[in-house]
Design a protein around this ligand. Sequence first.
Ligand SMILES: C[S@@+](CC[C@H](N)C(=O)[O-])C[C@H]1O[C@@H](n2cnc3c(N)ncnc32)[C@H](O)[C@@H]1O
Length: 408
Amino acid sequence: MTAAPGEGVGATFEVEVGPVAHGGHCVARHQGRVVFVRHALPGERVRVQITDTGHDRFWRGDAVEVLDPDPDRVTPPCPVAGPGGCGGCDLQHAAPAAQRRLKAAVLAEQLTRLGGLDVDRLVEAAVWSGTVDALPDPPGAPGEGLGWRTRVHYRADAEGRPAMLAHRSHELVPLPAEGCRIAVPELARPPHAPAEGVRPSTGPAVWGVGAPDGRIVEEVGGGRFGLAAAGFWQVHPAAAALLQRTVVTALDPQPGESALDLYCGVGLFAAGLLAAGCDPVAGVEASRAAVDDARANLAAAAGADQAPAVRLVAGRVDRALGRRGGPLDRRWDLVVLDPPRSGAGRAVVEQVVARRPRAVGYVACDPAALGRDLATFARLGYRLAGLRAFDLFPMTQHLEAVATLVRD
Ligand SMILES: C[S@@+](CC[C@H](N)C(=O)[O-])C[C@H]1O[C@@H](n2cnc3c(N)ncnc32)[C@H](O)[C@@H]1O
């Protein structure tokens, strides 16, 4: 559907804002058209300014004036969090508890629509609380969803000043004087621009251009994980420990059970399963550098005496699981899946189910991919036995979920 005259990018009109949707926006309708509205809350009456008419089925817009505000609306703590500003935060205009309610609504909608699940019944059966839970504020942080981000990426504008990307755009928004409000204090302003920074749980912040330089050590409980500063690690300081604890508790490993950690990074979940007495433990990870780090981290975690068998495979999960007669071609009691945003996908879910695990722990950062993969698990005889969801990314649309699946 093309834009009518006077209704292209930049046009404004009033709308009644409908429900929140996956993607950090709410859904509204204007003259029969769907409009995805950012910076709005469900039930508000707002003036929308259209930012994108490039799709047949919907337009995008920003709420540039709020005519009838929701009681949960707050003034965004960051001066560049609003329309046309930094694209990093989607929900600064909502109180933190309201942000989590919006995320829970998105998760419920994706589980219903893509997962084919009856969310009311899940909640009734205590499979899911229906909530997205807050994490503790990092020590010294101002709280209220600020001061938690331990990985940052600043661009440079034409004058060499630090800047951030606008939403769905290559346009640069200058970093305000107070710096990035969601970053930990050491990363709120870069020493130069462009710059990428990391603040590990041990040691000072490290910066680089293109990628943060050198190596870091992250601590989780008693465990230590060495990795490249530019390597994958959870961004909220409380996230890695929380996810490891949640997955291990959900799987309830028994000593001597075999456990497979897929998309294992530098070995976070494999270490938790080793500590719980699993033997053997195997991990699969596409990044060769991360596999080398996982090998060292897990050797240290396993200890020297009567060390359990640990096997790490570098490569894509679908290829590693597809290798007939290979080390992973056997039954595994427990499987952890922690894929990137695109999710595990049908082929990997089938490969996991073929190993007849007693339980699967699925760590998901995209509720749509999770919903789709849960539907595949259900078709193959695995049902959702538990679901926890966490606000690992306050102020943004993102959430993290840990699903437990068991054989029916
Ligand atoms: C969300 S991270 C999880 C890492 C680790 N579980 C952790 O908690 O630190 C996803 C990991 O999957 C890896 N990855 C992405 N696609 C992959 C694939 N097709 N096969 C294997 N690993 C993959 C990435 O390199 C990354 O380390």
